[in-house]
Write a protein that binds this ligand. Sequence first.
Ligand SMILES: [Fe+2]
Ligand SMILES: [Fe+2]
Length: 339
Amino acid sequence: MNNGNSIFEVLLSLADAVIITDQDHRILAVNATYERITGYAHADILGKKAGILRTPHTPPDTYVSMKQSIHNGLPWSGVFTNSKRSGELWHSSITITPYVIEGERFFAGVFRELERLESGHYLDEGRLGRIQGSLLKVLAISCEIRDPGIETHLSNVQRLTERLLVRHNERSGLILSSEKITHIVNSSILHDIGKSAIPEGILYKPGPLADYERKIIEMHTLIGVDIVDKIFRELDDELFESELSTAKHIILHHHEKWDGTGYPHRLKGEQIPLEARLVSVVDVFDALVSKRPYKEKWTVAQAIDFLVDQRGKQFDAELVDSLVSLDRDGLLATAQASC
Ligand SMILES: [Fe+2]
Ligand SMILES: [Fe+2]
């Protein structure tokens, strides 16, 4: 690559992070900025595939369009969320330019860190997730404002959903992306949003419910989906798109039972989306350890006994096992936050 040497020297002297690869995407050279940002020394990554920095946060479509373009000899620009050596995420706008020098093909990638943009705004996944989470929380609390204890219950459900999800992910090797986990945790707070449309006299009736009253309460699952559909249609922004489908699964199916005796669609087993199965376990656990007008609070041990008894009946047995495997102190803390 004699003629190429001078081109590559110029590229590597740029102030942005630069990487040069061969046609198989093996790293031939990186510059000092690249080493500083990624934490990888030149000598450590020489000969490795450029994909070592990849994360699931970059949508698969991005890689497809990049490969199509550069293999047709055309430059490509896009946004990557890569991982540094430390594991920290790194958001960059990258331009990859193919070069053919003395019959050999090379690729030069120039990265610009998005966090350092001097104008405009760039939201990384963490910040985006926090904003989405706050908006959904306000929405959920506003819809159930008539119930004074609702904020504690919703926060408990959300906190325990996260702990159970992370544990279940480890135990059963689900390999859920951190993005999917954020969507489930954020959406769990919306599970009963449809209750906002149920008359107070029925919702908070102290005595037993008549059949028709029970049917009305059961409608909160269908009404909830209607509410979020309207809100997201109004927003008309792809920012919330995958959150929307996760939220709808949870709202519609959090009262389905593993054995098919739940509502509204009497789904069975794995027909029930995982996120709904999970919120169902957490929702019932928190309801049991909380004091309600019609019941005293149960101890954590009593609530766990109930869940274990309902393994494979009301609940997904694997999820109950994951919850039981969480430390009792953490479960107790959830129970004490309930009143
Ligand atoms: Fe519900
Ligand atoms: Fe609930």
